[in-house]
Design a protein around this ligand. Structure first.
Ligand code: F6P
Length: 361
């Protein structure tokens, strides 16, 4: 078979491991040929963005972050943004995508991405394209799968950052506020907050009370060492307050989702009204998505990449690979649209609270 491969949405560590697993198994076991499509769906709209993807191309990519295919989180073929006469105009170019796949002689398309990329894949299937999906994101917020690759690496990066911030926080008796990615899901903040020993963990699923956070900081400051580490999700917000937004969805043509940022600074400003300790804010930003994938992410991504080919062989289009109870299985692509969130009453939150760590509620 001749299969197109694209990576869409924000990159994450492990994408190259997935591409390697796919191409290696595809070539060795099935004799498939692959076409690399660059910059997500953009590569099926704009000319000159496809190339043969061979074993030669995947040599040495396993430990590399990013994606050798490039990616885009703005190239939605159903509302594709182009600049005309100085204005952004959005058009449905999905028919063009179907024609392009035909011209390329593709027997199927493998779309690797988060909820955005996978819901576009589902819509393309409805139009007659044969697509199999593969979930990825550092946010771990897709309900169809127990874990996405990229999450483990990001959790390690954030944990290391929290470890490092401890020593400087302690030396200066400061309150360190650390803003962590994850969009509207708190998994990355919660798990790295636990692993990195945060004193306060603020996640979108539990709107926080400034008073409760202040109270926790005051209790700590009665001790000889009074520093505190606050891990806050970019999507966390105060009770009765608002999300911290960098760009509204409408401000980013073709993307359709809000760009979050600033929750750490917003919290620091609120806290400064109540406490005397010095407060510093660290925004980890895209450091959380960069660099080499962890061993766990390499293995998960490799398993996904290999399993995708079973779905292709079985003609299980409109499905994606997913991890469930340790097994890699196929689930309908529509599952990717269901968002997963931290359960505020779940075991992890309960145990964390039982250790005296505050969620600001
Ligand atoms: O979905 C992955 C993610 O890193 C989110 O955690 C974050 O909100 C967003 O992407 C950032 O997007 P961008 O790279 O476009 O700034």
């Amino acid at each position: 078979m001749r299969l197109g491969v694209l990576t869409g949405g924000g990159d994450c560590p492990g994408l190259n491991a997935l591409i390697r697993g796919l191409v290696k198994r595809g070539a060795h076991e099935f004799g498939h040929a692959f076409v690399g499509i660059e910059n997500g769906y953009m590569g099926l709209v704009e000319p000159g963005l496809t190339h043969p993807l061979t074993e030669e191309d995947i040599r040495g990519i396993l430990p590399k972050g990013g994606t050798i295919l490039g990616t885009s989180n703005k190239a939605n073929p159903f509302s594709y943004a182009t600049r005309e006469d100085g204005q952004w105009v959005e058009r449905d170019v999905s028919d063009q995508v179907l024609r392009r796949c035909e011209e390329l002689g593709l027997d199927g398309l493998i779309a690797v991405g988060g909820d955005g990329t996978l819901s576009i894949a589902h819509r393309l299937v409805e139009k007659g394209l044969k697509v199999v999906g593969c979930p990825k994101t550092i946010d771990n917020d897709l309900s169809g799968t127990d874990q996405t690759f990229g999450f483990d690496t990001a959790r390690l990066i954030v944990t290391e950052a929290l470890d490092r911030l401890h020593s400087t926080a302690e030396a200066h008796d400061r309150v360190m506020v650390v803003e962590i990615m994850g969009r509207h899901a708190g998994f990355l903040t919660l798990e790295s907050g636990i692993a990195g020993g945060a004193d306060v963990i603020l996640i979108p699923e539990i709107p926080y009370s400034v008073e409760a956070v202040v109270e926790k900081l005051r209790r700590r400051s009665t001790r000889r060492r009074s520093f505190s580490i606050i891990a806050i999700s970019e999507g966390a917000f105060p009770q009765g307050g608002e999300l911290a937004v960098l760009d509204a969805a409408e401000a980013i043509p073709g993307r359709g989702v809000v760009r979050l940022g600033g929750s750490g600074k917003a919290l620091a400003d609120l806290l400064a009204r109540h406490i005397e300790a010095e407060i510093r804010v660290t925004v980890l930003g895209h450091l959380q998505r960069g660099g080499s994938p962890s061993a766990a992410d390499r293995v998960l991504a490799t398993r996904y990449g290999c399993k995708v080919l079973d779905l292709v062989s079985a003609g299980q289009w409109d499905h994606m690979v997913a991890l469930r109870a340790g097994e890699i299985i196929a689930v309908p692509l529509s599952e990717s649209r269901k968002e997963r969130r931290v359960d505020p009453a779940g075991e992890l939150v309960r145990f964390t609270k039982s250790m005296g760590i505050s969620f600001g509620d």
